[in-house]
Structure formats: C-alpha cells, structure tokens
Design a binder for this molecule. Structure first.
Ligand code: SIN
Length: 261
C-alpha cells in the first residue's frame, strides 16, 4: 500500500484491493485516515456487500435517520442525479450533524460518473480553526451551535412539527487526534446559542466563508470505481452539480460516531 498526499486535506492510497476483505490493512488505513482526513482509493470494484465490509474498518455502519437505504443493505444510500434544483448536497457540510452522535466517517463509492461536473470538494477544518485570530478563538471557545434537521426532513417529505435540534460545540476536539477543528455547517446550523440573532448570523456567515477558503480545499474529480472516505469530525464537503441530466450514481455509507465535545 502506497500513500501520497494530494492537497491541503487528503491522500491517495494505491496498491490495494479493498474487495479482498481479509487482506485489508485496517490499522495502516486508520493511521492514514487520522493523518490525512480524506482517503482516495481508485479503481476499486466493490459490490454493496464489499462496501459494507470495507466500512467496518471505520466502525459500525449506520442507517441514515431520514433517507431510506437499499433494500438488502439499508445502511447504503444510493445517491442519484435528481437534477440541479434538488441537489441537496451542494453546500458545505459535515454529515448528519443534526444527530446527537453524528457519524465519524463517510464512504462514497462511484458507480456511474457524468462526462463533466459532479466533483466533490473537501475542506480541512483543523486548518480553518488554526487560522482564526486568537480573539475570535477566545470569543467562540465555549460557544455551541444549534443544529436542526428541518431542511432534510422537509426534503424527505416529512413535517416541520417533527423537526429536532441538537447542540454541538463550534470548535470540536477530535477524540482520536486531540486536535481542534471548526465545526459549523451552513446546511444544518440555525444559530449560535445565547447570542443575539443578528450577531449570530453575522458571525456564522464569516465562519462559513472562512471554513471553505481555497487554501483548505481539495477538489475530487471522480472516475468510476473511486472510493473516497472522509472524517466528518474535521472535514466539510460540498457536492457540486454542473452535470445537467447526465447520470451520476454513488453508494454512500456512514459509520457510527460519538457526541462532539
Ligand atoms: C454527500 O454530501 O454526502 C454526497 C457527496 C457527493 O455526492 O459528492
């Protein structure tokens, strides 16, 4: 297995066949994951069963709380092109932060790729945190953000009355590396708790802009058979559209996480 860094976040791993389950070097992969936060494995042939097996390197596969998974593999969501208007992942986010214990890792495997567009961007939130001014770090240090699942719920045909909110720190400490990362997502954060609404929105807008600064970003251009795995505890991602009505099909699975602190 060879590992090569590919940008401000991420590394490509070559010389590995993830479909041979009993030959997966899980410890070395986990070490690389903690170091680079996004791992790219190209030219993989993974059935849904293989993908589920590979996900065990990162932990217990989860069933998405809102979107329905595949019939035989409820942990795997099939992401398909529903058109630009319904492209729900075209915003910077970390997955499922509206849960008390958001998933640690997401695995995204490409089945069908359009000729153009459909890139996924990843942003390093350790760097985003580290680059904040000391006064900003101090001001936001013990503050928490309120995350809501309202948008996702409505999208999935649910009702606003069933929406729920959770609180997570704005600066999250990675439980395994001990490093701090900026942890706000435009899609799910409603406001900063105990901060006047206008100031909260102003502060969040600044943080959103900062968190996706190009100096922190790796852009992944997909080819069929790529598996990309990212660490939701310290990485934001953004799924670009730009492929009209061409097909783009992905299999996605997330693994169990813990309460952010
Ligand atoms: C996601 O946001 O979880 C999916 C990203 C993508 O489809 O590129």
């Amino acid at each position: 297995m060879n590992i090569e860094q590919i940008g401000p976040v991420g590394a490509e791993i070559t010389d590995i066949d993830l479909s041979i389950t009993d030959r997966i070097p899980a410890e070395a992969i986990k070490e690389a994951f903690l170091k680079y936060s996004v791992l790219v494995f190209k030219n993989q042939e993974l059935s849904p069963k293989d993908l589920k097996n590979v996900s065990l390197v990162w932990g217990e596969p989860l069933i998405h709380p809102v979107f329905k998974g595949m019939e035989d593999y409820p942990e795997i969501i099939k992401i398909k092109n529903l058109g630009e208007k319904y492209h729900t992942n075209a915003h910077w986010h970390s997955d499922v932060t509206f849960e008390e214990e958001p998933p640690n890792a997401t695995l995204l495997y490409s089945i069908e790729i359009p000729d153009t567009g459909g890139d996924t961007l990843f942003s390093n939130q350790y760097l985003a945190y580290e680059d904040l001014s000391e006064s900003y770090k101090e001001y936001l240090d013990n503050k928490v953000a309120i995350h809501s699942n309202l948008g996702v719920l409505i999208l999935a045909g649910g009702e606003a009355k069933d929406a729920k909110e959770v609180e997570h720190p704005i600066f999250r400490t990675h439980p395994e590396t001990g490093r701090k990362a900026l942890y706000v997502t435009e899609a799910f954060v409603k406001q900063i708790k105990d901060v006047e609404s206008e100031i909260s929105q102003e502060t969040l807008s600044k943080l959103y802009k900062h968190s996706s600064d190009k100096n922190y970003v790796y852009r992944h251009k997909w080819t069929k058979g790529d598996l990309v795995v990212w660490d939701n505890r310290c990485v934001l991602h953004y799924a670009e559209h730009g492929y009209g009505d061409q097909n783009r099909t992905m299999h996605r699975i997330t693994t169990a996480g813990s309460k952010p602190f």
